[in-house]
Design a protein around this ligand. Structure first.
Ligand SMILES: C[S@@+](CC[C@H](N)C(=O)[O-])C[C@H]1O[C@@H](n2cnc3c(N)ncnc32)[C@H](O)[C@@H]1O
Length: 282
């Protein structure tokens, strides 16, 4: 049993049984694999929610989630338990690769580009790519580049759609990019924030999509970014997703995963190109 003092002065305990029911639920619903090392994290992330609902235990909360016919609380729980770490131009090597190997030979007017950011978190990944495209193609029209950005988390989907970022989030961006692609806005607390311009937004379609469910889109995509997402899934699910990504890619299209990930022997029909980049044969 783990026990900590919660800020409201209440002590919640998370038993192994309660942790196992939460882990089972999140695995069935989102494919996320929570090992027992994640017990303190689960405990901390759900404690506030349990308190807010006036509940007394994790067991009561799990029952509430399971009994909720609207599944709203399930979505809230998923929001709380997903890891959404991201940043603008994260893993820059991939953007360099895209610039040199995909954009350099491409006339978008002849051949528009279609991309999917699967697990886009709060949107820095799709907007970074859109900025890169804007830099390369000054007269880019809406139909020349279309990006689909999806995530399981309702909160992250809303953030991506809104495209408003805190000052700290902007630190990885060069000043000229901030000037060109963002507008300064102040929220109710008068803190400065930055909103992505409509000119960037017009290229990005945002939707909630659970990767372990059916995918409504047909593709084909020139490339798919699924970076730092499958790291939370079990091997069989990763293998299945890679197979499905392969089906949605154009021949010669690329799959990008996170730099700390590897597909090992599970790349299916995709060929290894360089760390974290795989290509569908022509
Ligand atoms: C660590 S973030 C990665 C964000 C971005 N791709 C990057 O590399 O910076 C992982 C994202 O995957 C999403 N995710 C986790 N499980 C998912 C699932 N089953 N379906 C869709 N998205 C999922 C999470 O909500 C989270 O926003």
């Amino acid at each position: 049993m783990i026990s900590v003092l919660e800020s409201a002065g209440k002590t919640f305990e998370l038993s192994e049984n309660e942790f196992n029911s939460i882990a089972r639920l999140i695995n069935e619903e989102a494919g996320i694999n929570l090992t027992s090392q994640k017990m303190p994290l689960v405990k901390a992330r759900l404690a506030g929610r349990i308190r807010k609902l006036g509940m007394k235990s994790y067991r009561q909360y799990v029952k509430y989630v399971k009994d909720d016919p609207t599944q709203k609380e399930l979505l809230t729980m998923i929001d709380k338990l997903t890891t959404n770490k991201t940043s603008f131009f994260r893993e820059e090597e991939h953007f360099d690769f895209i610039k040199k190997n995909i954009l350099a030979q491409r006339d978008l007017k002849q051949e528009p580009l279609r991309v999917w950011s699967a697990g886009c978190s709060s949107g820095q990944e799709p907007y970074s790519l859109t900025m890169l495209l804007k830099e390369e193609y000054h007269n880019m029209a809406k139909e020349d580049f279309q990006m689909l950005a999806t995530d399981i988390s309702v909160e992250m989907v809303n953030k991506t759609r809104l495209g408003v970022y805190e000052e700290e989030t902007m630190e990885s961006l060069p000043a000229p990019y901030i000037r060109k692609y963002f507008t300064k806005v102040a929220d109710q607390t008068s803190r400065t924030k930055y909103r992505v311009t409509d000119d960037l937004k017009q290229h990005v379609r945002v939707a909630r999509l659970n990767l372990i469910s059916e995918w409504p889109m047909k593709g084909p995509f020139d490339f798919i970014l699924c970076r730092n997402v499958m790291i939370y899934f079990k091997r069989d699910l990763r293998k299945n997703l890679v197979y499905r990504y392969g089906k949605l890619l154009k021949p010669g299209g690329y799959l990008f995963i996170g730099l700390s990930e590897s597909l090992g022997g599970n790349s299916g029909e995709l060929n290894y190109v360089q760390p974290a980049i795989y290509c569908k044969p022509q």
